[in-house]
Design a protein around this ligand. Structure first.
Ligand code: DBV
Length: 248
């Protein structure tokens, strides 16, 4: 059992009970990848397992779970809505490296600066956010250009103990996931062509940013090489552009 397996198990169980899940293909060679890294006593196997599914409102639900034993534990879990919904993205980046834990959990907005969007998708979760922030204080240093992709309810924290991850972070993850699933349940399809175009542009902006700035690129490249890593990022983790090209 790894640090983040209970998070993934919880998420999958919730998805199964609340959504009409359908299979989502994982490209060949990306289901599970492992490599032996380090030398001598520090030699270690690092395995990355992928999970993917989808539903009538969510285009892609996917995770990358990296198990590098004591040296590295990561769960990156994202839900990407279909382009005919104004839903935010659900994003969780749960990272444990020798230097410590780094936790990002959010419902990342399509339209960061729209008041009506914030009223719809951030206001309802602000009290939940504030409750969790008591135990999970702001984590400091944060890439400036990433700010437009996060909501006012962005939980960004660097817990100093693993126990905090297992208790407070896990509880926050559960609450955000639950709240997201209720937004999904309430979401109605958008049909206005101008609104649809804005959603598509916002989704592309987000996905391009994440693919280009993926903070895991360095780590994954070290483990598995650059060819595998770039294909994983563009062909699976952030695959909207690939799918739009295939559909064109
Ligand atoms: N992050 C991912 C994916 C990962 C992943 C797909 C498969 O988007 C892991 C794995 N995140 C990961 C790792 C690190 C981080 C760090 C391994 C540590 C990198 C290192 O220290 O070497 C939020 N994640 C981070 C950081 C941020 C985020 C801000 C700190 C790195 C930095 O300061 O640049 N999550 C990240 C982010 C967005 C998001 C920027 C979005 C817009 O959702």
């Amino acid at each position: 059992m790894t640090l983040y397996q209970p998070f993934l198990d919880y998420a999958i169980a919730q998805l199964q009970s609340h959504l009409d899940l359908q299979p989502y293909p994982i490209p060949t060679g990306f289901h599970s990848k492992s490599a032996v890294v380090g030398k001598g006593k520090r030699q270690n196997t690092v395995q990355t397992d992928s999970y993917a599914t989808c539903s009538s409102k969510l285009r892609q639900i996917r995770s990358a779970h990296v198990d590098g034993g004591g040296a590295c534990q990561v769960l990156n879990f994202v839900m990407f809505p279909h382009l005919n919904y104004d839903l935010p993205f659900f994003g969780a980046d749960l990272v444990t490296l020798p230097g410590g834990h780094l936790i990002a959990i959010d419902m990342q907005p399509l339209f960061r600066d729209s008041t009506s969007y914030q009223e719809k998708y951030s206001q309802p979760i602000m009290s939940m956010f504030e409750q969790h922030q008591v135990h999970l204080p702001w984590g400091g240093d944060f890439p400036e250009e990433a700010q437009s992709f996060f909501s006012p309810a962005f939980l960004w924290t660097r817990p100093t103990s693993t126990e905090t991850v297992q208790t407070h972070v896990f509880s926050a993850f559960q609450d955000y996931l639950q709240a997201y699933l209720s937004f999904v349940a309430a979401a109605e399809p958008i049909t206005d062509p101008a609104a649809l175009e804005e959603i598509k542009q916002a989704q592309l902006r987000y996905i391009r940013y994440r693919a280009e700035k993926d903070p895991a690129r360095g780590m994954l490249t070290r483990f598995y090489g650059s060819k595998w890593t770039e294909e994983y990022i563009h062909g699976f983790l952030f695959d909207l552009e690939k799918h739009l090209k295939l559909a064109a």
